[in-house]
Design a protein around this ligand. Structure first.
Ligand code: F6P
Length: 543
């Protein structure tokens, strides 16, 4: 049985400490230590991380790192990098970090040379990407590819879309990508109806190659293609490639395994966009930049693996999340990128963090006795400022937030970038320090309005500042959050690499599908609600 973290002396010490400092204000913490803003910072690869505006003292940090030691975090990190089967409920190794090992590294897991396998696939992807990008790869009617449509969902969609958007400034080809994920046919229709099938390439990305949404969309896409290209089945080989761990299922679907790019069961879906799942991204930015991104991931992996716990940035950020979630009662965590190009980053993080950490039992199957995964959410600044920041500033909820920004823009609108960045700096300062009643009264504000203008402050934030949004810094950011997630999972003793909770809905959707067209009245046991909803739907569809 794994350790129940909430019964440890380290946990109890944190609880006592939380009571003691619950009302301590960031204003006082900064006043007491003029160097706090330089001291409580860290550097991981190119990312400068300022965690000084968090509601912690040196004692809090010491107690949190003691908790990390108590659960054996260092050993757990070593176990992951070493390829042990730490995904216990699926009995699998967890080796997304191997996807970015350099070619000359060595890692043999379960008798297999993992690095050689990874680079063999990367080389095949690169060769394919060059052929498509150069126009050498031709469609069925001899035309070069102009649009790539990635069909996938969850980890086979969110990472590629996020990175494709994030690295817009690095796309250097006439090829554009579109992403179809939802089984709502509107998505497929919307992304294909104006395309020329002769110049379209579909990537069907699915780890299992059994996901209902993806296979349904892929079948429909194949029909669309064949209908437009004269029902000649040989067209499929020129317009469909697959990314999967299952060669047999790819073959059964009708895609030649020669056009398949593989990965392995030790890559979790939500940890997979740096595998062949990122093929669409590689087509857009080219193999060289894709490799720069992998090097960025690797730099953070090395830090996570080797830096001492008290200077280990992902560990510290993970521990801060635990602090707010378990000791100060926060329910959610905002991620606020000050970069329009990162507009899909919060959505990507939602799967990474919430599919990983939304668990109620520990790795050994016993129930957890503390809160686990927080709700991650966010929007790019400054749009969020004019939407939900009011609640962050003056609401009653505690919402720790990560602010992410880049010193150099990806364009030459320099002065505007300065103005934009002044918002980034202003917001974390306003959240931390607020405005007191005295300051507001001193401005001559009418007495009745004063309480409305008081900004309580003491709202915790972490600032992440990188020199520029590049393939490398994007890889660094993603690896940072992967390892934050790992840290939280290990503290709670859960398995952050399985996702059994999404299975039931999938099974039930398959079971319900025939009822929507059947002539018989829906009769689900003890579910008059769903029975009535289906009956109404059928009536409205004239069935
Ligand atoms: O939503 C559950 C899930 O299994 C995710 O973990 C995964 O990323 C997604 O479905 C897609 O799975 P696949 O890549 O096998 O199609």
């Amino acid at each position: 049985m794994s350790i129940d973290v909430s019964t440890t002396a380290e946990w109890q010490a944190l609880q006592t400490h939380a009571e003691k400092i619950r009302d301590t204000h960031l204003r006082d913490l900064f006043a007491a230590d003029p160097h706090r803003g330089e001291r409580l910072t860290g550097q991981v690869a190119d990312l400068y991380v300022d965690y000084s505006k968090n509601r912690v003292t040196d004692e809090t940090l010491a107690l949190l790192t003691a908790l990390a030691d108590r659960v054996g975090l260092r050993d757990r990190i070593a176990a992951m990098f070493g390829g042990e089967h730490i995904n216990t409920s699926e009995d699998r190794a967890v080796l997304h970090t191997a996807l970015r090992l350099p070619r000359d590294a060595r890692l043999v897991v379960d008798g297999q040379d993992v690095v050689a396998d990874v680079h063999a696939v990367l080389d095949r992807m690169a060769a394919f990407a060059e052929r498509v990008r150069s126009g050498e790869w031709r469609g069925h009617t001899g035309k070069p590819i102009r649009t790539v449509v990635n069909i996938g969902i969850g980890g086979s969609d969110l990472g590629p879309v996020m990175a494709y958007e994030a690295l817009k400034a690095y796309r250097d080809t006439d090829i554009t990508c579109r992403f179809v994920s939802n089984i709502d046919p509107t998505d497929l229709y919307d992304k294909t109806h104006d395309l020329d099938p002769e110049t379209t390439l579909f990537i069907v990305a699915s780890k299992t190659f059994s996901t209902l949404e993806t296979l349904t969309n892929a079948k429909q896409a194949r029909q669309w293609l064949l209908a437009k290209l004269g029902a000649d089945e040989s067209a499929v080989a020129k317009h469909f490639v697959a990314v999967s761990t299952s060669e047999q299922r790819v073959r059964d679907f009708g895609i030649d395994p020669a056009n398949m790019f593989g990965f392995w069961d030790w890559v979790g879906g939500r940890y997979s966009y740096d595998s062949a799942v990122g093929l669409s991204l590689m087509l857009a930015i080219g193999p060289e930049r894709f490799r720069e991104m992998l090097a960025g991931f690797h730099a953070v992996d090395e830090h996570f693996r080797r830096a001492p716990i008290e200077r280990n940035v992902p560990v510290l950020m993970g521990l801060l999340n635990v602090w707010y979630n378990n000791f100060l009662g926060a329910q959610t965590h905002a991620v606020l990128p000050y970069s329009q190009y990162l507009h899909r980053f919060p959505a990507y993080l939602q799967q990474l963090t919430m599919e990983s950490l939304g668990k109620s039992v520990r790795a050994d199957g016993t129930p957890v006795t503390c809160q686990t995964g927080e709700i991650f959410w966010g929007e790019p600044g400054t749009n969020g400022q004019h939407a939900f920041y009011q609640l962050l500033h003056q609401g009653t909820k505690l919402v720790p937030a990560d602010f992410i920004a880049f010193s150099e823009p990806n364009h030459d609108l320099d002065a505007m970038h300065d103005l934009f960045m002044s918002n980034f700096f202003a917001q974390t300062a306003a959240l931390a320090f607020g405005r007191t009643r005295e300051e507001i009264e001193a401005e001559g504000t009418p007495a009745a309005v004063v309480p409305h203008k008081v900004m309580p402050g003491n709202r915790p934030t972490t600032s992440i500042l990188a020199p520029k949004l590049t393939p490398s810094t994007l890889g660094q950011l993603v690896a940072l959050y992967e390892h934050i997630t790992f840290t939280e999972g290990m503290i709670w003793g859960i398995d952050p690499f399985d996702q059994w909770g999404v299975e039931l809905g999938k099974v039930m959707a398959n079971r319900l599908a025939p009822l929507l067209t059947s002539a018989e009245a829906p009769k689900l046991d003890q579910d008059s609600s769903t029975n009535a909803l289906i009956a109404r739907y059928r009536a409205e569809r004239g069935r």
